[in-house]
Design a protein around this ligand. Structure first.
Ligand SMILES: O=C(O)CCC(=O)C(=O)O
Ligand SMILES: [Fe+2]
Length: 389
């Protein structure tokens, strides 16, 4: 197939001729002839603590007909940096609707875990809400009959049922509302001339306010294979996304430490937070990342640069190639009034894990073993659902 340029790939979004699903008009005294959204049955699975609603058709139509809303900008003007920035990928009004929908419908967790460094054990409270769906490529969810909710977990190679002992967690299939996004994001990557990714995980973060954050880290765990492609979609409130190069190692920065747990590094590096400068989009960075390779040291001759991007609702950054093994990224806390005023934000990352270790890791750090929370429209906060995990 002939290669397409980014310009040719982008076509301005045109309104759909006809939505795939028409809203149904139900006439009752209560509805007073106002159109009611068609309701599709929710995604259900024994691994889910709750049924997960399908996208209402106005959001689905917005996603199907208006993404990508703009052509991506390639950012590769620094060593080892290879990004695509869609600003936005989803038109802002649809992205805001999707934000409210996902916050309301997904189960969320406030995960606590112990991190050990040498003899020292530290209790970590993840500073944001998380949830995760998917399974690594050695297993596959296969539909048993015509019912999309009849998924069973099979070994990808043999199609035999996956043994109960294979995972330390119970993998959850990607619900329909996130799977549509996953397929579209894959397609957007393919047309933008990158190696066609095929994601098998959706990790979701919810940052309720300026106190919620993710510390500097890289997502270059061995279980993602070399040069992972990670697409990161932002919905809701705008937040800063910072990137800084890992310290250079003499002879090149090719060591792969295999990733690590961002908040553990954060906690162990002290309560001072990420200590980043927010003055301009590119500023001279500090010399060491919190997740740095212990052997590495900064080369005096190579200036390290820090990048700041402001991510708004619907924006998407795709991190590709050597980016993860060489750069750290974070969403810093917002202090003072700005932090209090910060709107909630959802981030979804699409990734591909290649071995069971990836599945165990993702459920351990994003679902954990505590209680399940849901968004409450009345109190406008996450509320613990008794007895549900
Ligand atoms: O919220 C974001 O934009 C970043 C999230 C992230 O880096 C992660 O989940 O690994
Ligand atoms: Fe990350």
């Amino acid at each position: 197939m002939a290669k397409r340029t980014l310009d040719a790939f982008f076509k301005p979004s045109t309104p759909p001729k006809r939505p795939k699903t028409e809203p149904t008009t139900i006439s009752t005294p209560e509805t007073n002839n106002t159109p009611i959204e068609d309701t599709k049955p929710p995604s259900q699975h024994q691994s889910y603590p709750i049924p997960i609603a399908q996208l209402p058709s106005h959001i689905e139509v917005g996603l199907e007909h208006a993404t990508p809303a703009t052509a991506p900008r390639e950012i590769n003007n620094q060593p080892h940096l290879d990004l695509l920035h869609f600003q936005p990928y989803i038109p802002r009004p649809t992205a805001n609707e999707l934000f409210k929908f996902l916050r309301r419908e997904l189960p969320f967790y406030r995960v606590q875990y112990t991190a050990r460094r040498g003899d020292i054990e530290t209790q970590i409270n993840t500073p944001r809400w998380t949830t995760v769906f998917g399974v690594d490529e050695t297993s596959t969810f296969i539909q048993q009959d015509n019912n999309p909710n009849s998924l069973v977990l099979l070994e990808s190679k043999t199609k035999a049922p996956t043994p109960k002992t294979k995972y330390q967690c119970t993998p959850r299939p990607i619900p329909a509302c996130l799977d549509l996004l996953r397929r579209q994001v894959e397609a957007a990557n393919a047309t933008a001339d990158t190696k066609n990714p095929s994601y098998n995980f959706c990790l979701v973060n919810y940052y309720a306010n300026g106190d919620d954050s993710i510390a500097f880290h890289s997502d270059d765990e061995r279980f993602l294979g070399p040069e992972p492609n990670i697409a990161s979609l932002s919905l809701g409130g705008e937040r800063d996304f910072l990137m800084k190069h890992k310290p250079f190692v003499s002879g090149g920065n090719t060591n792969r430490t295999g990733g690590c747990v961002p908040d553990a590094a954060h906690a162990m590096s002290g309560p001072g937070g990420t200590g980043v400068t927010r003055a301009s989009s590119i500023v001279s960075g500090g010399t060491s990342g919190t997740m740095s390779n212990p052997e590495s040291r900064p080369a005096a001759t190579v200036p390290l640069q820090q990048i700041k991007m402001s991510l708004g609702s619907g924006d998407m950054v795709v991190m590709r190639g050597a980016t993860q093994s060489n750069w750290l990224h974070s969403i810093p806390k917002r202090k003072g009034k700005a932090g209090e005023m910060t709107r909630g934000r959802i981030n979804i990352t699409f990734r591909r894990a290649v071995i069971p270790g990836g599945t165990n890791n993702y459920y351990h750090y994003n679902v954990g073993s505590g209680g399940m929370y849901r968004w409450d429209e009345v109190s406008r906060e996450m509320v613990l659902q008794d007895g549900k995990v």
